[in-house]
Design a protein. Structure first.
Length: 425
């Protein structure tokens, strides 16, 4: 039984710990305040509703069963926080500030009245026998205690019904982030499961009124339903935050890994390794790798052969590559050629195929608009290497380096006579 109280407490506390930095930083945001209040009161409900805590509270105050109005008050406050959360959400979707203020005042007034009534009814009731787990059914026929029990269950049922309905309606809203939508689904399931708590409790109480004994619904199933509901709600708050965080970390790490082939090639160019520190963040490691690669490409810029890239691009298109992939493969061919020249400036370029003199002595048109001029016999005006493209598209180039067979095929076709390569004739 105790796991029904402490498991959701731990999960709710974890959700609160995750949300707390944002709540403190953006305290003026009514939505974040509502989320914080909900999680705080949800934790308080499960802490003070645990049988051990009930016994401690009764013993400290010296009043048998005084935990009942206290726990019922916390639960009513939690119900109000559910509704206030929905109001804050709706305020983010509409500009009706006046309606929002009226709805907020209405919820606060109604549930404040419920809490006052709970304490008045307890003061009027006669409940001398301490009950730690079955107070609702034990005092189901006791004057004023009966009304107190029905009142808190009614408030709980209304709040659960309204909140669940509005959350499920919001899930169908267009434009929601995938992680937020999953979080809302869990919240909707949690608030719907809360209804079972009230149904089990009310069924057991009504059974007492009619002379039957269904106490097990109240003492066994209702706490389990509350545990499941609170856990789902807590996870619903955690999923959007944790999901987006993990997705961002995964994308950063994936990009870092995808740049490894180009980083290795730049090591042969610069003769050094990228900076590394064991305790750096994934973002910083990515930045360092990107900077290292760009520095290496700038060092190669004097060897970049734009004519080779243009012919390689045409060759890649002729081989059936899509345009984006063809540009990346063509750039990879050019970088490999430039790296070979950097390592051995006087070496024969052999397998890179026939081509013009190194960039700077002649320079055909850039890849940004490959055309038949790259294969034309007419002379072209000199131009500088298009390093801007390389610095911007390092990921595509690095991924192209992972497929040496594609690069080999493109180089071989680019080395063929010009008329066999051109895709414009």
């Amino acid at each position: 039984m105790y796991i029904s109280f402490w498991l959701p407490t731990v999960v709710l506390a974890a959700a609160l710990a995750i949300k707390l930095p944002s709540i403190v930083k953006l305290w003026r945001d009514p939505l974040l305040r509502a989320v914080g209040g909900l999680l705080v009161f949800a934790c308080a409900v499960f802490v003070f509703a645990a049988p051990g805590t009930i016994a401690w509270t009764n013993r400290v105050t010296g009043v048998p069963n005084i935990s009942s109005p206290w726990v019922y008050s916390l639960l009513s406050t939690l119900c109000a926080s559910w509704l206030l959360l929905i109001i804050a959400w709706r305020n983010g979707l509409t500009d009706r500030a006046g309606d929002t203020r009226r709805a907020t005042r209405w919820v606060v007034t109604v549930y404040a009245g419920v809490i006052v009534a709970l304490w008045v009814l307890f003061a009027l009731a006669d409940a001398p026998v301490e009950r730690l787990r079955d107070l609702d059914t034990y005092y189901a026929n006791t004057p004023f205690m009966r009304e107190e029990i029905v009142l808190y269950l009614t408030g709980h049922t209304v709040a659960s019904t309204v909140t669940a309905r509005l959350v499920w309606n919001w899930i169908r809203t267009d434009g929601l982030d995938a992680w937020l939508r999953w979080g809302l689904r869990l919240l909707g399931a949690g608030f719907t499961t809360n209804l079972f708590f009230a149904v089990f409790k009310l069924t057991a109480v009504v059974a007492r009124w009619t002379g039957h004994d269904l106490d097990w619904l109240s003492t066994n199933l209702a706490p389990s339903a509350a545990c499941i509901a609170a856990t789902l709600v807590a996870i619903g708050f955690i999923v959007p935050h944790a999901g987006q965080y993990l997705q961002e970390r995964w994308l950063v790490r994936r990009r870092h890994r995808s740049l490894q082939p180009l980083s290795r090639l730049m090591r042969t160019v610069t003769g050094s390794r990228e900076p590394f520190a064991l305790r750096t963040t994934a973002e910083l490691r990515l930045i360092r790798r990107e900077t290292f690669i760009r520095d290496g490409l700038l060092q190669l810029s004097r060897h970049l052969d734009e004519d080779l890239r243009g012919r390689s691009y045409d060759a890649a298109l002729a081989l059936g590559f899509e345009r984006d992939r063809a540009r990346a493969v063509a750039a990879a061919v050019m970088i490999l050629d430039a790296a070979a020249r950097e390592r051995s400036p006087e070496a024969d370029r052999g397998d890179s195929g026939p081509g013009p003199a190194p960039s700077g002595e002649s320079g055909p048109s850039k890849l940004s608009a490959p055309s038949a001029s790259s294969t034309s016999s007419a002379p072209s005006a000199p131009s500088a290497p298009d390093t801007a493209f390389l610095l911007r598209e390092i990921q595509g180039v690095s991924e192209a380096l992972r497929r040496p067979d594609d690069i080999k095929a493109v180089r071989a076709r680019a080395a063929a006579p010009a008329e066999s390569v051109s895709v414009h004739e």
